[in-house]
Write a protein that binds this ligand. Structure first.
Ligand code: HEC
Length: 137
């Protein structure tokens, strides 16, 4: 191969690499999930009470209690409310006020709408990443 052919191959590959990288690290991975209303206060409460010490969101956190990413759609509000209002032998009762319970439920509903954990029914996009809006089933 002559020097100029090598150069053409080299610069084509570099250009393709730069294009793909800039796409995947910008447009390819940006998804907006605006958090609004009660969920904002719920998120603050979730941090203040350190729920993450025992629970996981999106698979990250403590392992004493279960993952809470999809607890709202899997178990439902009545079930979640019972834990928040009373605690159990293993989970502390935080003596939450009604407004605080509502805010936490709003936050968990928001988290539920943003993802699935563990990732199920995922699809690969044409450019090689996992679709961040997987089909909920
Ligand atoms: C000291 C550890 C601990 C902390 C802190 C804690 N939890 Fe829990 N939680 C648990 C355990 C353990 C369970 C499972 C309890 C059981 O089955 O008796 C649980 C269960 C739950 C459940 C039911 C989940 C399911 O799938 O069955 C919800 C909802 C929940 N916790 C929410 C919260 C929220 C919100 C907070 C913060 C306000 C919180 N927890 C703080 C330990 C904790």
């Amino acid at each position: 191969m002559g020097l100029s052919v090598k150069r053409i191959v080299f610069f084509t590959l570099v250009t393709a690499y730069l294009f793909y990288t800039s796409f995947v690290y910008t447009e390819g991975t940006i998804t907006e999930y605006p958090i609004t209303g009660d969920a904002i206060e719920g998120r603050q409460l979730f941090r203040d009470k350190n729920c993450i010490a025992c629970h996981q969101l999106y698979g990250l956190g403590g392992y004493m209690g279960p993952d809470l990413t999809n607890v709202m759609s899997i178990k439902g509000e009545v079930y979640v409310r019972a834990f928040l209002e009373n605690g159990t032998q293993k989970m502390p009762d935080f003596s939450l006020e009604e407004k605080e319970v509502k805010n936490l439920i709003a936050y968990l509903t928001y988290v539920d709408s943003t993802s699935l954990y563990p990732t199920r029914n995922f699809e690969l996009t044409w450019y090689g990443t996992v679709n961040s809006n997987p089909i909920k089933k």
